[in-house]
Design a protein around this ligand. Sequence first.
Ligand code: SF4
Length: 212
Amino acid sequence: MSFVKMAFEKKAKIIIDNLKKRNMEGYYCENSEQLLETLLPMIEEGSSIAWGGSESLKECGLMNALKEKGKYNLIDRSKAKTPEQDREVYLQSAGSDYYLMSTNAITLEGELVNIDGNGNRVACLIHGPKYVFLVVGMNKVVTDIAEGLTRTQNIASPPNTIRLNKKTPCAETGVCAGCLSPDCICSQVVITRRSRHEGRIKVFLVAENLGF
Ligand code: SF4
């Protein structure tokens, strides 16, 4: 094991212990392969599964694995073509068995930091789906909430606005300008300090760079 991965493992242990205090579960995976081996058996066949827009979910191979297995009711937001269909998909997502997402940042203390434009992703994190599974590359670990917010708006949001073809200052310059533009993807700032429901939120820390 490389020295970097050895350090990741030790850091992940601190986070997992702190998640436990917050009524959330943490798992450490050495790579994406181990992530799939750990996570997939936790999802019952026939379950409904929704997900938030996330490069991490794609990069680790989870989305392909779910589609290939063909044993689930996948609630695919990309298939919604009208505002009415989009709302219908959101309502199905909020009532799903499993909601998959990453997080914009996670602190060593085990707090989740998320910023969202529309709010559907953070809404499902907060309440609705029976379980929320977060796939988190160790590149998203930060010291505290302040660093998490800085990371989100200066590292995660600029490539996200470019990916989503948004007209925001950060899409132009790569740096957050604290905008209030119509395309702003930073409408909702959510810090998850704890979960009221034991086992509902599970965080899978992966010793790889996933997403941004
Ligand atoms: S410029 Fe606007 S959209 Fe971009 S990170 Fe800052 S607040 Fe968010």
